[in-house]
Design a protein around this ligand. Sequence first.
Ligand SMILES: CC(C)(COP(=O)(O)OP(=O)(O)OC[C@H]1O[C@@H](n2cnc3c(N)ncnc32)[C@H](O)[C@@H]1OP(=O)(O)O)[C@@H](O)C(=O)NCCC(=O)NCCS
Length: 187
Amino acid sequence: MKPIVPIVLKSERLILRPPLPEDAPHVECFVSDRRVAEMTALIPHPYPRGGALDWIHLSERQWLEGVKATFAICLRDSGELVGCASYFNDSERDNEIGYWIGVPHWGRGYATEALTRLLRYVFEDLGGRRVDTYHFAHNPASGRVMEKAGMKFVSKTPLGASRDGVAYDDVRYSISAEEWASRYSLR
Ligand SMILES: CC(C)(COP(=O)(O)OP(=O)(O)OC[C@H]1O[C@@H](n2cnc3c(N)ncnc32)[C@H](O)[C@@H]1OP(=O)(O)O)[C@@H](O)C(=O)NCCC(=O)NCCS
């Protein structure tokens, strides 16, 4: 694998770039919404005031350490931030991708476009061999995003994941570099 270094990714409608301190109010507004936080393992609810700025500073350090690539998902035409996505490359969550989109922007295909672009980054830029991810079973929209981006269902595990110390059924998806290449080689 090549090292993770700060990079800007583009897709048809989106720009994925490292988050900046000035993004904090937008990020905080979106992740403070229970509908976003409660479908993730890590975003607290209620969200602490000032938490987004701390999180952005953390993401800057993680970029420099090469352990996690976090992107603000922005519209190409206006620059508006609509969500965030991360690729974890640490020992705990090796090869995992996480993402969220702000509620006003749901249902426009942004998560699918961002996940697809992030997979391309992992396989084609970093030389990753496999990406795994999961969603809570009560969040089928995220499973649909994974499917649309080309990931394959792996397993459903009763009480396999947790949030705030509460266990939930999880659904795991995966895609290998070979599967990626066979799906997108004609791109
Ligand atoms: C899940 C999430 C990222 C989807 O973002 P989005 O930009 O709306 O996703 P897309 O528009 O690319 O695709 C959503 C798909 O889910 C489908 N969907 C929506 N609600 C659904 C539901 N209850 N059951 C099944 N599918 C559903 C949509 O119809 C769409 O599929 P389609 O294109 O085949 O119609 C967004 O809702 C979100 O941020 N949720 C909270 C945080 C989260 O869940 N993060 C992921 C944690 S694993």
